[in-house]
Design a protein around this ligand. Structure first.
Ligand code: NAD
Length: 360
């Protein structure tokens, strides 16, 4: 099989880490019998330098014409880069927001996985993390409080502000289906998180999730209130498989979950639409402080590429093999500087990519 992938290398460490991910993807392709055609697309600062704007219509069209998008990161040093002298709508980050909107990416996936080898970086007690944990946070990305009607008014000399949290049943159904689909590829458990004891939008969320669950008899599911979930993530993270939740709760819980795994250089992510299409990128930014030095950790991007194989192309075996190769490199004691610890062998960005390829 052949797939078309739009590649946004972006700014800072973006080009270095994406190059390693492509190397790993090509090696996986040789082994598992698929090929990828890459189309380089400019976005963020790289696009501003060439076109004067962070995202062109042509770049959007190139992404739409692809089967998936693989991205590094965009943006520069926000205090010193000339990109940040531009008005907000012309800055690098505006490109990413516009692309997410143009591609209708409503489902954000962030895995939180604790590697046995990196558990020293986990801030939780060892008795809690014994045996590791492996969960996926699925966050609704285009609705809810962040997109609702808002205003600030003054009434009788008193300032007042409103934000509205709205979901319709179709928005809930499509993300719930995505959540249950992902659970079918994992340990078949969904924890749907809401605040149904207070919010109407959460009560509708709960009803629609129950309707969707009927179509997935193999998946067990439970409802959990968001305040309890925030507590359970640090009390017993092992209990979770897929956490399914709305935009703002997901924003907060996904940061909490990723924090308990340790290093930012290891965290992958995906944003999906209603079809198999998705945008895959590391959770971290463009790290301009370490760009061009061959020291950035490429693993988050490599794991994002594995997610692309799994969720956009259904190449689960190849995705498993990449994840296993990453694990093996860590077991063998190789570390980039951000995850370095005593007694381990320090390697650069490129070497880490090579070591993962060798173990595929
Ligand atoms: P950042 O994630 O880029 O960096 C935070 C810290 O983590 C830095 O010390 C950096 O060196 C380190 N780090 C990040 N990724 C690493 C990796 N792979 N290996 C080793 N160390 C790594 O966050 P920031 O410094 O707040 O932002 C820098 C730029 O990135 C800004 O312009 C910001 O707007 C942008 N940004 C882009 C995205 C995106 O493209 N999706 C996301 C977040 C931030």
């Amino acid at each position: 099989m052949n797939y078309k992938v739009a590649v946004i290398k972006g700014d800072g460490i973006g080009p270095e880490i994406v190059t390693e991910a492509q190397k790993v993807l090509d090696k996986a392709g040789e082994k598992f019998g698929f090929s990828l055609d890459y189309k380089e697309v400019l976005m963020g600062g790289a696009s501003i330098d060439v076109h004067g704007i962070p995202l062109t219509d042509e770049a959007i069209a190139d992404c739409k014409a692809s089967d998936a998008v693989l991205m590094g990161a965009i943006g520069g040093n926000t205090s010193t880069s000339p990109w940040y002298k531009l008005e907000p709508s012309k800055r690098p980050e505006a490109g990413l927001l516009a692309l997410r909107k143009a591609l209708n990416l409503f489902a954000n996936l962030r895995p939180a996985y604790l590697y046995e080898e990196l558990k020293g970086a986990c801030p939780l007690k060892e008795e809690i993390t014994e045996g590791g944990f492996d969960m996926m946070i699925m966050r609704e990305l285009t609705g809810g409080l962040y997109f609702g009607e808002r205003k600030t008014i003054e009434e009788n000399g008193v300032r007042k502000a409103y934000d509205s949290l709205t979901y319709d049943e179709n928005e809930i159904r499509r993300i719930a289906k995505r959540g249950f689909d992902i659970a079918m590829k994992r340990n078949k458990k969904v924890t749907s998180v809401d605040k149904a004891n207070v919010l109407d939008s959460s009560r509708l969320w709960r009803k629609v999730v129950e309707e969707v669950a009927k179509d997935y008899p193999e998946v067990s599911y439970e409802h959990m209130l968001v305040d309890n979930c925030a507590m359970q993530l640090v009390r017993d993270p092992k209990q979770f498989d897929v956490i399914l939740t709305e935009n703002m709760f997901g924003d907060i819980l996904s940061d909490e979950a990723s924090m308990v795994t340790g290093s930012i250089g290891m965290l992958s992510s995906a944003s999906l639409n209603e079809t198999k299409f998705g945008l895959y990128e590391p959770s971290h930014g463009s790290a301009p402080d370490i760009a061009g030095q061959n020291i950035a950790n490429p693993i988050a991007t490599i794991l994002s590429a594995a997610m692309m194989l799994r969720f956009s192309f259904d190449l689960d075996e190849a995705a498993d093999a990449i994840e296993a190769a990453v694990k093996k490199v860590l077991e063998d004691g190789y570390r980039t500087v951000d995850i370095m610890s005593e007694g381990m062998t320090k390697v650069g960005t490129k070497e880490m990519g090579d070591l993962i390829c060798e173990r595929l």
